[in-house]
Design a protein around this ligand. Structure first.
Ligand SMILES: *[C@@H]1O[C@H](CO)[C@@H](O)[C@H](O)[C@H]1NC(C)=O
Ligand SMILES: *[C@@H]1O[C@H](CO)[C@@H](O)[C@H](O)[C@H]1NC(C)=O
Ligand SMILES: *[C@@H]1O[C@H](CO)[C@@H](O)[C@H](O)[C@H]1NC(C)=O
Length: 408
């Protein structure tokens, strides 16, 4: 804990003393009515007129009916996606298709590897063209960012190659390429979403939020007390600033010189929390970031926001249909189950699917909604990208490969 022995009560006491001494000072320089008003008989009448006028003015300006939502120039705002291979390019396309279908008004921008401006395979070319022509996406070539350093001596960031469909970049270190969203200085605000998601509602209302360098939800699925939950980069509303990427890469470089720095595989989240934990506006994770795993959980208090809450509140009650209806974004997260573009086999499905409260026969709404999310993703992937799902891997081998092998 950083704020170990900091005493907030003391601090507030100091504030109170300060402001009460200020008040005394003001009282000494007391206000005096002009002599003419003190003597005049019209003074009470004048006071009443001014009073009524002030009251009317206050009523007119404070009434919520008179609050006008400011008009936004929608070409100053954008949703962004980034891609490092053909696989993630298709995911990005699905998000853009959803934004168009859901009636979002802001621009759509795709950050893609600059290498593709020189050379790309036919499918990649078709997907980029479809994004641009069918979904009005603005294409923005960028240099991929990687967390790997080629060698200690050269101190150069390794330049990674974009992947293809059959050979996707398994390299998680490329995920810090999402920081490039800070370079989109042609926009006032950019809303970046991860692409392994299903978007159920657009989020245009977030562009009306108070000015802030970044807004992100908490990673509410984290262990430990809520005060220690990091912010998640799954969804972030940023104000582009060209200095941020340079500064954050310098921070990463400094960290990597420390042999204790663990390969957390979450460089983008670590960097963003290091930089913005103290200043970010926190977005409500309900309903902006739901995990598919939520439908498998037996305890929903954290997602619902009723950690230490009172049970009688209707909003504290878990209802799978209401939760699904309310959620704006669902993130596919059912480790060790592969992401939705990979098919299931019977074994993996029966092991991971929502257990309907331990009843193995029949079904429940949780299981239907959860399966529906996966089915819907695969159908849209086929319809929008014209790509078939990746065949199911051998379940035992797969679990071993993702570190969930357990005992043999
Ligand atoms: C909206 O923003 C664009 C891009 O900055 C600008 O060209 C355009 O004039 C703006 N429109 C209005 C109505 O302000
Ligand atoms: C690394 O961790 C060890 C053990 O926790 C600690 O003694 C050491 O000071 C750390 N080194 C650095 C460079 O932080
Ligand atoms: C649900 O989880 C919360 C947060 O971890 C915990 O405080 C609460 O006791 C749990 N409720 C039940 C019924 O297990």
């Amino acid at each position: 804990m950083v704020t170990k022995h900091y005493n907030w009560a003391d601090d507030e006491e100091q504030d109170r003393l300060y402001y009460s001494s200020k008040q005394k000072e003001n009282a000494n320089g007391r206000f005096h009515w002009p002599a003419i008003l003190r003597r005049s008989k019209a003074a009470p009448l004048l006071a009443a007129i001014i009073g009524i006028w002030l009251l009317t003015w206050w009523w007119m300006t404070s009434s919520s009916d008179h609050y006008v939502v400011p008009q936004l120039n929608w070409s100053r705002f954008a949703y962004s996606q980034y891609t490092t291979d053909t696989q993630s390019l298709c995911n990005a396309l699905l998000v853009f298709e959803s934004l168009v279908r859901l009636g979002s008004k802001a621009d759509r921008v795709l950050l893609y590897p600059e290498e593709w401006t020189q050379k790309k395979d036919d499918r990649t070319a078709w997907l980029l063209q479809t994004a641009q022509q069918k979904y009005g996406v603005k294409l923005e070539p960028v240099q991929l960012l990687s967390a790997e350093i080629t060698s200690e001596s050269s101190k150069k960031w390794q330049k990674d190659k974009p992947g293809t469909l059959s050979d996707p970049t398994a390299d998680w270190s490329l995920s810090i390429t999402k920081l490039r969203v800070f370079d989109l200085v042609q926009y006032d605000r950019v809303l970046h979403l991860d692409s392994d998601i299903t978007l159920l509602h657009h989020m245009d209302e977030l562009f009306h939020l108070p000015k802030t360098p970044i807004a992100m939800p908490r990673a509410y699925w984290s262990d430990g007390p809520p005060s220690t939950w990091p912010l998640t980069s799954l969804i972030m509303l940023v104000e582009p600033n060209p200095n941020e990427v340079i500064a954050m890469m310098q921070t990463l470089h400094r960290w990597q010189k420390n042999p204790n720095y663990s390969m957390s595989k979450k460089y983008d989240m670590d960097l963003l929390n290091h930089r913005f934990a103290a200043s970010a506006l926190v977005l409500p994770h309900r309903p902006y970031t739901m995990l598919t795993a939520g439908f498998r959980s037996h305890n929903h208090s954290t997602y619902l926001g009723y950690h230490n809450g009172f049970d009688s509140d209707p909003r504290a009650k878990w209802d799978p249909d209401l939760a699904f209806k309310e959620a704006k974004l669902v993130h596919f997260s059912d480790w060790p189950l592969p992401k939705p573009w990979v098919m299931w086999n019977h074994e993996s499905l029966s092991e991971i699917q929502p257990d309907c409260g331990g009843v193995n026969k029949g079904t429940c709404r949780e299981r239907e909604i959860w399966k529906g999310l996966y089915d819907d993703f695969r159908r849209r992937r086929k319809d929008v990208c014209k790509i078939l799902s990746v065949p199911a891997p051998d379940w035992k081998e797969w679990k071993k490969s993702v570190g969930a092998g357990g005992k043999k």
